[in-house]
Design a protein around this ligand. Sequence first.
Ligand SMILES: C[S@@+](CC[C@H](N)C(=O)[O-])C[C@H]1O[C@@H](n2cnc3c(N)ncnc32)[C@H](O)[C@@H]1O
Length: 225
Amino acid sequence: MNLSQKEKYQQTEQDIDLYVEAHTSPEPDYLKEVFRNTNLFTINPRMMSGHLQGRLLKMLVELTGAKKIIELGTFSGYSALAMAEGLPQDGRLTTIEINDEMEDFIRRQFATASHGKKIDLIIGDALQIIPTLTDSYDIAFIDADKRLYWQYVEALIPHLHINSLIIADNTLWDGKVLISNPSPADRQTHSIKSFNDRIAADPRFEPVMLPLRDGLTLIRLVTKL
Ligand SMILES: C[S@@+](CC[C@H](N)C(=O)[O-])C[C@H]1O[C@@H](n2cnc3c(N)ncnc32)[C@H](O)[C@@H]1O
């Protein structure tokens, strides 16, 4: 069978993904279980971080010595658990999810994993919840509504300190950020493009965009002024 150029490219991409995972520290069994449950019982499992990104998030928590983390967009709890794994025993992670239909599922995943004890789940709209929080966070993982990333950053800044790390997921948005004139109806692409441009131009931030998975931008808060 002759493979088309596109098929060959996709095959190479899949082979690279397998190679990368094989040369990354293994996914722990409890996260394999969350991955499996998410695939079995949720409609859009592609939203979940998964093995490679999960290991990177855990390592970033450990390397920064973070003790307080906030996550916007819990979905099935995979990324929250991966980050909680990197926290010390007295560390806390607050995660906010708007979809109350996911609550029972998420709480079950947190209850069966030992690091779940470090996590506080809040069901609600992140933009409404953030101003009610009183903590300061070392890491903020932004992975909720793609149309609101800039508003999330602005709302989070009072709860961050110099050198806090903001991690924004899906910043390549399936490559659509390269479209120069996205359809006016495609608000997510417009918003992610505008978010990326604003973060890159704003002297308060030092961003590094990683072409990992769907794009993961690491943003150091340099100044609040
Ligand atoms: C991409 S998924 C999160 C995936 C998860 N962080 C992971 O990596 O495994 C995005 C989630 O954000 C939630 N979400 C969307 N808008 C939100 C909002 N305004 N506040 C809180 N959560 C929101 C969605 O319901 C969805 O579960």
